[in-house]
Design a protein around this ligand. Structure first.
Ligand code: ZN
Ligand code: CU
Length: 482
């Protein structure tokens, strides 16, 4: 293709292209026409409406946050500043078995489904109704939808503490099928959580098969990330091989001090499985996790920080042990008094986090909770932390590997055919950042902080974050597989 005399809407000049494939950074200009990348290379002869000088900066595909709970935030906070400010242009929602759709209004929403907020948000009896609302009032960034097992169970069952009957499975299958037809990309479960715990493997397989027929993926917050993590991996592989679909192990970890160091074994087990089936995994770059307040997680944590509490909102941000001491009760009694609530749990080993981050097949997922009073810092910091801390400061892997984990690898795993790589014809999701300065600024004490070093973020050819604030543009799309 000759570039001579061409006109484009935007040309990004003089940047260092980190194209998302994992290949070495190179000098290249990027031209954008409408929503697409028009040309990549030396584009000195191309004229454009807008010129962007990216000298000294990296130009990369917009980051894909493969593990989020942003189902409601896309509707209530459509600027999605906590994601766009990190360079994220696509979020995968509905993880850990919890999705906002499909659920008839008026059904109970036990933890962790309460992470989306009050009953007014539960108004999507079908995935199609959710897609319609999001497409009528788009967010700044793109969305890919997973359908959650806990959501399906609460919709189809009156008692969650037992396996689903054949009739209930048929109801869930029908809703899942509707959701896949409406554009969902797969099915998630959270077998660890009370609404899913009683589900046997067969129930999950019966649902995963429906997602498989529609070309979907299966993501899982496994039954056990603690002492029985290897059994849980085997269950995950069994689900994938019986239902014949790719599986993604969510926020992989070996939690609790007894299990520190066991990522050597789990990653070896994942390597073995990858010889015969498609297995992916995601990870967040922190040694603390976050979820609803659950005794099982408190017991395995060195420290627990409260992120929200319905009866005691003033306790958000405080240490659970301190609250217990103040009240003169033990920790579990204090937790009971704070319910419903959420928390940050310090339960991982730094070496394990690094080993998973450095594993060639791991993707990056923030797992942030956008509606928490005092959220885990991963909500605002995940992607810049991988780039600035783990790649640049710690030297775990080169910049192009960090970018690949959050772009090309994620797009391939989740089936976004025209995203994740900067090349002609691809969607113009672009982030321009300073590789020497990019760093997360969100901390456990002060978690609502945009990162430093991100200069411009574009989704579908439109700027959504200008380096210090949201632009107000809302070009986000609902992404399908393939
Ligand atoms: Zn989870
Ligand atoms: Cu999650």
């Amino acid at each position: 293709m000759s570039d001579t005399g061409r006109r484009c809407d935007i040309v990004i000049r003089h940047g260092t292209l980190v194209d998302g494939t994992g290949g070495p950074p190179r000098a290249a200009d990027v031209a954008i026409s409408g929503e697409r990348i028009a040309a990549v290379g030396d584009l000195g002869a191309v004229a454009a409406e807008h010129e962007i000088d990216a000298s000294g900066r990296a130009v990369a595909p917009g980051f894909i946050d493969v593990h989020t709970h942003d189902d409601r935030a896309l509707l209530s906070d459509p600027d999605m500043a906590f994601k766009a400010s990190q360079g994220v242009t696509t979020v995968v929602i509905g993880n850990c078995g919890s999705s906002l759709a499909p659920l008839e209004p008026g059904r109970p929403t036990p933890p962790p489904l309460n992470l989306f907020g009050g009953p007014e948000w539960w108004r999507f009896p079908t995935v199609a109704s959710y897609v319609t609302e999001l497409e009528r009032a788009p967010a700044a960034i793109n969305t890919a939808i997973l359908i959650g097992h806990a959501t399906l169970r609460t919709g189809a069952m009156d008692d969650l503490d037992r396996p689903a009957t054949d009739t209930e499975i048929a109801v869930m299958q029908e809703r899942l099928e509707e959701g896949m037809a409406a554009g969902a990309i797969g099915f998630s479960t959270g077998l660890f959580y009370p609404p899913n715990r009683a589900a046997p493997t067969d129930e999950v397989v019966a649902l995963a098969e429906v997602a498989a027929r529609a070309g979907g993926v299966h993501t899982t917050h496994m039954r056990d990330e603690h002492d029985h993590v290897l059994d849980s991996l085997d269950e995950t592989f069994e689900i994938g091989s019986r239902a014949k679909l790719p599986v993604v192990v969510s926020h992989h970890k070996c939690a609790g001090p007894r299990n520190f160091g066991r990522t050597r074994d789990t990653l070896r087990r994942i390597d073995d499985a990858r010889r015969t089936q498609e297995v992916g995994l995601d990870v967040y770059p922190y040694t603390a996790g976050s979820s609803v307040l659950l005794p099982a997680l408190i017991e395995d944590s060195a420290r627990v920080l409260l992120t929200w509490s319905e009866p005691c909102p003033e306790m958000a941000g405080r240490d659970l042990a301190e609250i217990a001491a103040e009240w003169g009760v033990d920790i579990l009694a204090a937790a009971d008094r704070l319910q419903p609530a959420g928390a940050v749990y310090f339960m991982m080993d730094e070496e394990d986090v690094r080993r998973i981050l450095a594993y060639p097949h791991s993707m990056i997922g923030s797992d942030g909770s956008p509606h928490d009073e005092k959220p885990h810092p991963r909500l605002w910091g995940t992607f810049p932390r991988v780039l600035g801390h783990y790649s640049r400061e710690v030297g775990l892997f080169p910049l192009q590997t960090a970018v690949h984990k959050m772009t090309g690898l994620a797009a391939a795993r989740f089936g976004f055919a025209d995203r994740g790589v900067v090349r002609p014809g691809a969607a113009a999701d672009i982030v321009i950042f300073d590789p020497a300065a990019i760093i997360d600024r969100a901390t456990y004490d002060d978690p609502v902080q945009p990162a430093a070093g991100i200069h411009l973020v574009m989704a579908n050819g439109e700027a959504v974050w200008d380096g210090s604030r949201s632009t107000g543009a809302r070009p986000g799309r609902v992404l399908r597989r393939g």
